[in-house]
Ligand binder design. Structure first.
Ligand SMILES: NC(=O)c1ccc[n+]([C@@H]2O[C@H](COP(=O)([O-])OP(=O)(O)OC[C@H]3O[C@@H](n4cnc5c(N)ncnc54)[C@H](OP(=O)(O)O)[C@@H]3O)[C@@H](O)[C@H]2O)c1
Length: 361
């Protein structure tokens, strides 16, 4: 069956490389174009790319010539792992030209007409793209730390209401891109500051857990205080959460609600959906980045140590793969959701041929 040709923007970067891996043999999408900075453009992908993955570069991508952002793209669907210094203007330009942009970058996440999607939680927010002034569209996924906190909070907010959250993160170095934090700053150390991260966790979560109402997203009324730290871990952001509920609940009910949580990707069996979006550990010493980060292909949010809190109501540890579910994997799942819900055709019109085939699958 014919697949949708896609481009990866920022394909040589940390997130871009994960796109290249996740899209290899994808049932709906096939990488046709790769785009990076002027220093990489014009070269074969495998020359400028400082490949840091455990598998070899897929041959079909390794031999592609990297395009510059000045060149026109023929792929209707673009996955963006562009550096945030350039992502804002470039993604908007591509959307104006009719491309459907699925972005990892922070630049457009809080735009009122751009949905910030975690499909298990708020796929209904996709409707807001009808109000975008583009021929194409922009859909974003959250900051990597926001992802795991929002996933843990969503079922609790639905069932009991969440009033306030205090969160402290221990974030992996791959979250800073490549080359990221200098080794002399991070080895044997913890850096207690990640610029902009605390604000992102606070406001993005409110948008994601907010309600879509006719033509706008009303943020959730949850008071969130975040403290973010960089730690010498390669992959896997770990976070400790203390949560105040609006309606008090026994601990066993909290655990059951977390374990039972499922969303649209599980219901309709999207290819990248983990069978269990949340995995709750019994073992008090888990989850751990080094042991658990690849559980369920890095697509689940891992929860441990759910217990009562003497200041708030409950506390827990959450963890996830920052460049998979926190970045490229989230974007691929968003693209699968967008496709299955029929939005690609609605906005650009140029995808109808592929959409008809794929929606009917
Ligand atoms: N790492 C994570 O865990 C994570 C999680 C969620 C979201 N994000 C977001 O995802 C985006 C990418 O992050 P990353 O960690 O992959 O960063 P990265 O490793 O630094 O990669 C950045 C990419 O952007 C390209 N680029 C830089 N300047 C450019 C320009 N002027 N024109 C075109 N392309 C340009 C780079 O190409 P060259 O190789 O040619 O320089 C590279 O492909 C960022 O916006 C980041 O905030 C990252």
């Amino acid at each position: 069956m014919e697949k949708i040709p896609v481009a990866v923007l920022g394909a040589t970067g940390t997130v871009g490389q994960k796109f290249v891996l996740l899209l290899e043999n994808h049932p709906y999408f096939e990488i046709q174009e790769v785009v990076a900075s002027p220093k990489s453009a014009g070269k074969r992908y495998d020359e400028p790319c400082r490949w840091k993955q455990n598998r070899a570069i897929p041959a079909a991508v390794g031999s592609l010539t990297v395009k510059s952002t000045d060149q026109d793209l023929s792929s209707p669907l673009l996955f963006s792992g562009l550096d945030s210094s350039v992502a804002g203007a470039l993604e908007e330009r591509y959307a104006r030209r009719g491309h459907f942009v699925i972005s990892n970058s922070a630049n457009h996440r809080m735009d009122p007409d751009v949905p910030l999607i975690i499909p298990e939680i708020n796929h209904d927010h996709l409707e807001i793209i009808q109000t975008q002034p583009y021929e194409g569209a922009i859909v974003t996924n959250s900051n990597c730390s926001t992802m795991f906190m929002a996933m843990a909070l969503a079922p609790l907010d639905r069932e009991f209401g969440v009033e306030a959250v205090q969160v402290t993160t221990m974030q992996a170095i791959t979250g800073a891109g490549y080359p990221g934090v200098p080794s002399m700053d991070i080895l044997n150390n913890v850096v207690p500051y990640i610029g902009g991260e605390e604000e992102k966790m606070e406001i993005e979560t409110q948008k994601i857990l907010g309600k879509f109402s006719s033509d706008r997203i009303i943020p959730a009324d949850i008071n969130i205080s975040a403290q973010c730290n960089r730690v010498p871990v390669f992959d896997g952001h770990l976070e400790t959460l203390s949560i105040r509920l609006r309606n008090k609940a026994p601990l066993e009910d909290v655990v059951r609600i977390l374990r039972d949580f499922r969303g649209l990707p599980q219901e309709i069996g999207l290819p990248s959906a983990p069978a269990s979006p949340l995995v709750v550990f019994e073992d008090q010493t888990r989850p751990q980045p080094a042991r658990d980060v690849w559980l369920n292909r890095g697509m689940s949010t891992l929860i441990g140590r759910v217990r009562e809190c003497s200041i708030f109501d409950i506390k827990m540890v959450v963890m996830g793969h920052n460049t998979i579910r926190g970045a490229a994997g989230a974007a691929v799942l968003n693209a699968e959701t967008v496709l299955k819900k029929g939005y690609l055709c609605d906005t650009s019109g140029i995808l109808s041929r592929w959409e008809e085939q794929l929606i009917s699958r």
